[in-house]
Ligand binder design. Structure first.
Ligand code: S3P
Ligand code: PEP
Length: 769
């Protein structure tokens, strides 16, 4: 199994976990576990013993009886209060048990089942703890002919290298996962009972089918154990006195801890899950052979590729476990509580520009040579782009404090990814990648989170099809997008129906792979980072008024990139510094590309006190420090030509409008309705909840400046909405509670710390699972 597959499995775990979590209330509305008066645990090892302890502690399972083939273990279990009664003869207790848990090694399951069978009441619920489910099912089928209705297979993933009653822990299952693998004939009530039993022990219960379970476990648990056993054994054989272990460093200890696990149990597991383990082992051997060749040939690129991919996968995996990665965004539940008031002061630097960060990875990957990037935005959106290129075989080092090194593979060097490219919350990633993927030789599927899945993709699919690409979308032109490889694209002259830099960039990037000239003409100027960066990478782009064009078939030459701070992130502090009384701040090194400065123009028209200092040009993009002082803002009619130049800044501009004297009118901004949320409606809902008078129209809004009250607002999956209401608190009468703010990490990691450092008063409430 490849790393990408593993990650997908873990992601699936989380999805399943979400489902099980969501079902939890329903599960607990029918408490089958409460009807259990007698529980029989057969096998008092670490797993069975810990279960008995946890059930006792939870006061569930009624009378707990424990059996073990070792009389001493039974006596010990009784003496420490782990069980109420017990013996070495399970058959003596079967008839009285309402719930039986078979927690013996998989190899012994069949004989225990044979013991149970003649005495089992039809209404008794049975479950097991075997770590390979196919073999347990096979044993049950051998004993009963088919799996009894009330036998629900399960597997707690909470092993340890220790075993026996003495090793049992009352909290072994706390925050551990248990997988149940229900069969079609299992009644809901039986599945619920087993689920409730594990949940009562503190476990998170997931559900999956048996073959899937066995493959996931073979790859994530059985294979690592096999390798640890083998490595230690190999080294031990090399040096009979075991002298070598004296010098063993932490790496050896970390890697081989699990080689101290119970040999008999593991022999049984490998016997029971033989097929899936061998499959995982074959894939591992293939991976190892590739690495071996890389080492033999001193192939530095190949080694770096493997190591950086593995490092990023491992970090990603850790973040999943810490519940902080973007992939399980839906699992993160963070709210902001914004206390009213505050004056801002000091100098601050917001993170790197998101649009430029995306493009630096894309062009760096497709260039010939190595691209060094500084100031890269380590936000989830640009990291999604980075991961997508790693998934297509590009070696990317970093990011380490904003530094990234991309080992370009050339325009035709990408490899087919092992699965769909997951782009999280990021519209830019999906639309720009769609253009690039249209020119590849392989098929690709582009997917994203719930918010991205609602966004329109037909706007890029249509011109791509005109170029000869084969693009499928889901209903209504939404993601996922399936892009078929191997098509010869031809250049088109595309007159864009909407002002969108993403559409323009998509078409131009597809144009790199097209025969002849590709031209875009936009109805209004939009950000031109693609055009600038292509030029910086040695690819000629002709620009003529609203049109940009390029010839297909050229090449990109690696170029170093210094990403300026993101004006879209700086905008929150521009508005904050303007509306908070007695404030003066400097936002350093902000990118001031003329196609992005609408927010400054609009705020100045409203009377903001904004001045630029230290103006310079870095890597083809103008930058400056922005000084902002408090000012009394006034309502204006926002000039329509500024709309595309400030497209991402409107949520926070609406907050400025709410603090201004008079009415601010916005028109020609229907594009706001198809961002991460419908930004017109969602902002209006929040402003109204805070007592601000506003009226929504199809393409804009009228906001009457006045008093911002207090209350609760919702981000609706949109980072910029969350941050905008945090800014509003600087002038609110009371506290603003902002629901669902984890998405802020897509564009502005560290927002809360930076804002509080400047004078905000935000606290974070974490309701993550
Ligand atoms: O090209 C880009 O990097 C972006 C273009 C804009 O989207 P549209 O092209 O949909 O307006 C903007 O909203 C987005 O945050 C980034
Ligand atoms: C619209 C935005 O981003 P994207 O389209 O990339 O999701 C944004 O960051 O405001």
């Amino acid at each position: 199994m490849r790393i990408a597959d593993l990650l997908r499995h873990w992601k699936r775990y989380w999805e399943l976990y979400q489902v099980s979590k969501a079902n939890q209330d329903t599960v607990f509305s029918n408490r089958e576990i409460d009807t259990v008066k007698t529980t029989l645990v057969i096998g008092l090892g670490l797993i069975g013993g810990s279960l008995a302890l946890a059930l006792k502690k939870a006061g569930l399972g009624g009378h707990i009886i424990g059996c073990d083939r070792d009389q001493d273990e039974v006596e010990l279990a009784i003496s420490i209060g782990m069980i109420d009664q017990g013996s070495v003869r399970a058959e003596d207790w079967i008839e009285q048990a309402d719930l039986i848990v078979i927690s013996v090694p998989v190899i012994a399951m069949e004989s225990v089942m044979a013991q149970i069978r003649p005495l089992l009441r039809p209404d008794t619920i049975v479950t097991d703890v075997g770590s390979s489910k196919g073999s347990v099912l096979a044993s049950a089928e051998k004993v009963w002919g088919s799996l009894p209705d009330n036998f629900v297979l399960g597997h707690p993933i909470a092993g340890s290298e220790k075993s026996g009653v003495a090793a049992a822990l009352v909290d072994l299952y706390q925050r551990h996962k248990v997988i149940v693998t229900p069969a079609e004939n299992n009644p809901q009530a039986a599945v619920r009972c087993v689920t409730q039993m594990w949940q009562a022990c503190g476990a998170e219960v997931l559900s999956m089918d048996i073959p899937h379970h066995d493959e996931v476990l073979a790859a994530t648990s059985h294979l690592p154990h096999l390798l640890a056993f083998s490595l230690v054994d190999t080294l031990a054989r090399q040096d009979e006195s075991l002298e070598i272990f004296r010098y063993a460093a932490g790496g050896f200890r970390d890697f081989t801890r699990i080689a101290a696990s119970d040999p008999v149990m593991w022999r049984d597991i490998f016997t029971a899950n033989q097929r899936a383990v061998l499959k995982a082992l074959t894939e591992f051997e293939q991976g190892l052979a590739i690495l071996r060749t890389a080492v033999e040939q001193s192939d530095s690129d190949a080694m770096l590729g493997i190591f950086t991919r593995a490092k990023s996968a491992r970090e990603h995996f850790s973040r999943i476990l810490e519940n902080s990665a973007y992939i399980p965004m839906q699992n993160k539940l963070i709210h902001y509580r914004a206390a009213p008031g505050g004056a801002l002061s000091g100098r601050l630097r917001v993170p790197g520009d998101k649009s430029i960060s995306h493009r630096s990875i894309m062009l760096g990957s497709l260039a010939e040579g190595t691209t060094h990037i500084k100031g890269f935005l380590e936000g989830e959106d640009s990291l999604a782009t980075l991961q997508a290129f790693r998934d297509m075989g590009v070696v990317i080092e970093g990011p380490h404090q904003g530094e990234v090194t991309v080992h370009g593979v050339g325009l035709h060097g990408l490899k087919k990814p092992a699965g769909p490219l997951y782009l999280g919350n990021s519209g830019t990633s999906m639309r720009l990648l769609a253009g690039l993927m249209a020119g590849q030789s392989f098929d690709v599927e582009l997917t994203g989170d719930a918010s991205l899945t609602k966004r329109p993709m037909e706007r890029v699919a249509k011109p791509l099809r005109e170029m000869g690409a084969v693009v499928e979308t889901a209903e209504g032109g939404r993601p996922p997008m399936l892009i078929r490889g191997g098509q010869q694209l031809k250049g088109i002259d595309y007159v864009m129906p909407m002002a969108s830099a993403q559409v323009k960039s998509c078409v131009l990037l597809a144009g790199l792979y097209a025969q002849g000239e590709t031209q875009t003409t936009e109805p209004a100027p939009t950000r031109d980072h693609t055009e600038r960066m292509l030029t910086g990478f040695g690819y000629s782009v002709a620009r003529n008024g609203a049109s940009a064009s390029l010839q297909g078939g050229g090449k990109l030459v690696a170029s170093d990139i210094d990403v300026p701070s993101d004006i879209s992130s700086a905008a929150f502090f521009m508005v904050a510094g303007s509306i908070a009384p007695d404030s003066e701040i400097v936002i350093e090194h902000v990118g001031l590309n003329p196609t992005r400065v609408g927010v400054i123009n609009i705020l100045k028209l409203m009377g903001a006190d904004i001045t630029l200092e230290n103006e310079a040009e870095v890597g083809g993009e103008p930058v400056a420090d922005i000084r902002v002082r408090s000012a009394q803002l006034k309502g204006i009619d926002i000039p329509e030509d500024q709309v595309p130049l400030a497209i991402d800044e409107f949520p926070v501009l609406f907050v400025a409008a709410a603090c201004a004297e008079g009415v601010t009118r916005l028109r020609g901004a229907e594009e706001l309705r198809v961002k991460e949320s419908d930004r017109i409606q969602v902002m209006a809902d929040g402003l109204l909840a805070l007592g601000v008078d506003c009226t929504v129209v199809e393409d804009g809004i009228d906001i009457v400046g006045g008093v911002i009250g207090s209350g609760s607002v919702h981000s609706r999956d949109d980072h910029r909405i969350a941050m905008s209401f945090a800014v509003a608190s600087l002038r609110s009468e009371g506290e603003i509670f902002i629901e669902d703010c984890a998405n802020v990490a897509t564009s502005f990691p560290g927002f809360v710390e930076l804002a509080n450092g400047a004078g905000f008063n935000l606290s974070v409430e974490d309701e993550s699972l």
